[in-house]
Unconditional design. Structure first.
Lengths: 333, 333
DNA sequence: GTCGTCGCAGAAAACGTGTTCCGTACGTTC
DNA sequence: GAACGTACGGAACACGTTTTCTGCGACGAC
């Protein structure tokens, strides 16, 4: 553990190397016209002093802060945290640092944070949230890059990243059909949630004739999953495959089926959605589920933001693929 | 949604108010000697232009950045996220912003982040993590306030906040004793985890003669909880109260008991630890558990840091109380 | 031999704010 | 009326870096 003392400034480096501060700056940044020998001498002096340029001074002169704001409406919950981690990862590679802003779904707080971020001269902003419904764009000035992740912007002129919900639901149904299941059902969350609707429509379309019942809407809880399993078994005792709108619902469905004496996956195969490890792995049996790839999305958001900061913006909405993770709830050991 | 244009600088405000820039600064910051009328005129001009002082310029001159670094070893998981939210909350009130640093248990990354934070002239640092074992202090310079939350520092000269693990375990056992349970057991996590050991020792001490078996150590999973329930019932079929080292274990215990035909809480009462809502509420039945109050701890950490920045440091380790949340796993409906 | 060019590095300005110092105008007191 | 204190506001500087402008010496070309 090396103690870190009072930081050296560039004038110290310059003095040690016997050059002017401006020259030292050029040497360390690879700019200007300098002899290789001078450059090297400055570089060694900087290393010797453990010089790290003060980012306030640098930002003041360059107009950049090497900082990005991360605004979430979500209090950093289930969905925004992986996005945040991925973004931090990608941005860290670009020597950027992330400023945290938790707007808690409050437009006033969001506006306040936006002002703060602008006052801090952030190089860009990443916006994320809990819902998949497109949101009103943030009121950022024209020149400031903004990337929306998970929760897209309503404006097609913005840069957004979304999960391929439909593709994920389709892959879940295909998986059951490939396993030879022929009497399918779908259980999902509230009917007024965008994610529920998109996943349901894709699942229903993919199931076609094999669907034994209209999709069931409820809340996102395990309890609802158990209830839905009861309902399904009562109305359609011959159901042999269930795709669910979330892992919580799927876990509840598994429990409900077991309580009713059905074996999973032998009698009924169950597929979840989200790949939330805490739920999916603890379920009995562990859930086959659709992984959202949120961390990859966050990383991509960071990369897109870096590109935009570098002057290579990429407008439009990009859909990120999901991945089906197969576990025991569809394929027994 | 008001569009935010190119930000006004203090010279613009001064020009509009008809004063010199320095005077405008004094007017807005409440310093210097100015006529109330002048102060008000400048204030109105600032409001009219939507002036927000550039924090880079401000930081450069004041030496402060109104920014704190938040270092976690945890990839912002189960424990560090509530702490982070609480801290963000408290600091936001002080016009501070949080810089995110995820060291991932890697000392090299941590050192790198520390350099970055120092280069950014942070006003202070909060350190948190997943484990409760005291950690080696971060190598911050003498003058920089550091607050450790959840994971304390090994040095008693540092400022640390910890959860009252022992008190929590004790309150769980007392609760069962108050309910008239007389044959208790304790199931917890790995024997080499500080949290397991502290909770176990307090639980064992509080249970005294009523303990029917030595505490059982395993991993933190639901699966282990189910296994532990089987073991307990085989060796001590008359057990009537079980305190657990985590909610996941407790949920597993509940499931294991139910699988074996025992009713919770009628035959056996179960208490969890952590109050992780995803687990505790979804459990059958919902878990009575020990809430850690992590968000309050984060808030306290933020407050302590603000105090330290203001020149009122408070060294030493502060223990934060837990709270027993009573649900159906100990008190039936 | 002089002029232009090139390579290199120093001096100075710029970024935006806070703060210190100083001058001025005004009122008070002897 | 002069000396003094006080309220006010302007000018200059500090913070640390980047960048532009300028200068100097050497070298080649005419």
């Amino acid at each position: 553990m090396t103690e870190i003392g009072v930081p050296a400034r560039i004038v110290d480096v310059a003095a040690l190397a016997g050059v002017a501060p401006g020259t030292a700056s050029k040497a360390l940044n690879g700019t200007g016209q300098l002899r290789a020998e001078t450059r090297e001498r400055v570089r060694r002096a900087a290393e010797q002093l453990g010089f790290t340029p003060d980012s306030l001074g640098r930002g003041l002169s360059s107009g950049r802060s090497y900082t990005v704001g991360l605004i979430t409406t979500d209090s950093f919950g289930r969905f925004s945290i992986p996005v945040m981690l991925g973004a931090e990862n990608a941005l860290g590679a670009g020597e950027m640092v992330v400023l945290l802003c938790d707007s808690r779904d409050d437009p006033v707080r969001e506006q306040h944070y936006l002002r703060t971020l602008l006052a801090r001269r952030v190089d860009g902003i990443i916006v994320t949230g809990r819902r998949t419904e497109p949101r009103t764009p943030v009121a950022a000035p024209e020149h400031l890059p903004v990337v929306y992740a998970f929760t897209p912007s309503q404006s097609p002129a913005d840069t957004s990243l979304v999960v391929d919900q439909a593709g994920g639901a389709q892959s879940a149904v295909r998986h059951l059909l490939d396993l030879g299941r022929t009497r399918l059902a779908h259980v999902t969350g509230p009917a007024d949630h965008h994610a529920s609707v998109v996943r349901r429509e894709a699942a229903v379309a993919a199931a076609g004739d094999t669907l034994v019942a209209p999709a069931l809407h409820g809340d996102w809880s395990e309890r609802w999953g158990r209830t839905a399993a009861e309902i399904l078994l009562r109305r359609h005792p011959d159901v042999d495959g269930i795709t669910c709108g979330s892992d919580q619902i799927a876990r509840g469905v598994c429990d409900g089926l077991r309580d009713a004496g059905r074996r999973v996956p032998d009698d009924v195969a169950v597929v979840g959605f989200d790949d939330w490890d805490v739920i999916a792995l603890a379920s009995r049996p562990p859930l086959t589920t659709v992984a959202l790839g949120l961390e990859a999305m966050g990383r991509r958001a960071g990369e897109l933001l870096l590109d935009a900061v570098a002057g290579r913006p990429s407008v439009g909405t990009t859909t990120m693929p999901t991945r089906l993770v197969v576990r025991d709830s569809t394929v027994g050991r």
